[in-house]
Design a protein around this ligand. Structure first.
Ligand SMILES: [Zn+2]
Length: 251
C-alpha cells in the first residue's frame, strides 16, 4: 500500500506555489484567509502573484450584540476586510453576499464559484478544508465543499452554461488536519498577517488577538521541519484527486 501511495504521489506532482501567477482564495467569512494563510498571501503578492479573495458570506452574524446583526455588521466587516487585504497586497475582493449562518445551499455557492473560476482563471484555488474531522461551522463546511465541487466541475456546461479551456492546477485546503505542503514564510510575512488580522476589530478584542497570535506563531513553528523556519500548512491536491481517488487523504 505504501508503495502504491508513493507512486500516486509521483504521478500527481503538486505545483510549486512560487510558479503561480493567479491565486483565488475562497473564504467563508471576512477574516478566514487572513488568519489561516495571511503569511502565504503576503509572500505571494510580494512576488507579484495576483491574489483574489472571494468571500462567501457577508459576515453579518459574527457578533453577540443583537443590534449589530445584519447589514450594520456586514458593512463594518467589509471595511475591515478591505483594510486587511490592502496590508497583504490582495489584488481584488469579490463578495458573494450570502447571509452569514443563512439558509443558502452548496449548489448556489458552487454556481457562483464556477463563474468566478472561469473568469479569473486562477492556477490554484485555496479554501477551508471541509473534511477536517472536527470542523462544525456550517458556513465553513458549505464553503469548503462548494469550492471543492466547483474546482472539480467548473468545465461542465450542465451546471453553468458554457465551458473553459483553462486548467486549474490545484486546490489548496487550509485549516486542514491532513497537510502535505508546508509553505515557508519569513517573520515579515507573519507580521503582516498579524497586522491584517488586527483590522478585524469587530471579531477580536486585544486579549483574544494576543491568544490568536500566540497560537498562530507556535503553529507555524510546529509544522516546520526546522526550529527557526516558519511555515503555513496546506493540503494541496490536483482537481482530479477530488473524485473517485479514495487515497486522496494520503497524498
Ligand atoms: Zn469563518
Amino acid at each position: 500500500m505504501e508503495r502504491f501511495v508513493r507512486r500516486l504521489k509521483d504521478m500527481v506532482k503538486l505545483p510549486e506555489f512560487d510558479s503561480f501567477s493567479k491565486v483565488l482564495c475562497v473564504q467563508p467569512h471576512p477574516d478566514d484567509a487572513d488568519i489561516s494563510m495571511g503569511g502565504t498571501i503576503a509572500k505571494l503578492s510580494q512576488k507579484g502573484i495576483r491574489v483574489y479573495y472571494a468571500t462567501v458570506t457577508d459576515g453579518s452574524a459574527g457578533t453577540r450584540d443583537e443590534s449589530l446583526i445584519g447589514e450594520k455588521l456586514a458593512e463594518i466587516r467589509r471595511k475591515e476586510q478591505e483594510k486587511a487585504a490592502e496590508i497583504l497586497g490582495v489584488h481584488e475582493l469579490l463578495w458573494l453576499g450570502f447571509e452569514d449562518l443563512g439558509d443558502y445551499s452548496i449548489e448556489q455557492v458552487r454556481e457562483k464559484l464556477i463563474q468566478i473560476i472561469r473568469k479569473i482563471e486562477p492556477d490554484v484555488v485555496f479554501t477551508v478544508d471541509p473534511f477536517a474531522p472536527y470542523e462544525v461551522h456550517p458556513d465553513h463546511l458549505k464553503c469548503g465543499m462548494s469550492t471543492a465541487q466547483a474546482v472539480s466541475l467548473y468545465k461542465l456546461p450542465k451546471l453553468v452554461p458554457g465551458t473553459t479551456n483553462h486548467n486549474v492546477a490545484a486546490i489548496g485546503f487550509f485549516n486542514t488536519a491532513f497537510p502535505n505542503t508546508f509553505y515557508p514564510i519569513e517573520r515579515e510575512h507573519l507580521n503582516k498577517k498579524f497586522q491584517a488580522i488586527s483590522q478585524h476589530r469587530s471579531q477580536f478584542d486585544e486579549k483574544s488577538l494576543q491568544m490568536l497570535f500566540y497560537y498562530l506563531t507556535e503553529k507555524s513553528r510546529a509544522y516546520s521541519p526546522t526550529e527557526d523556519q516558519l511555515v503555513e500548512p496546506f493540503k494541496v491536491l490536483p482537481p482530479m484527486a477530488l473524485h473517485v481517488i479514495s487515497e486522496a487523504h494520503m497524498l
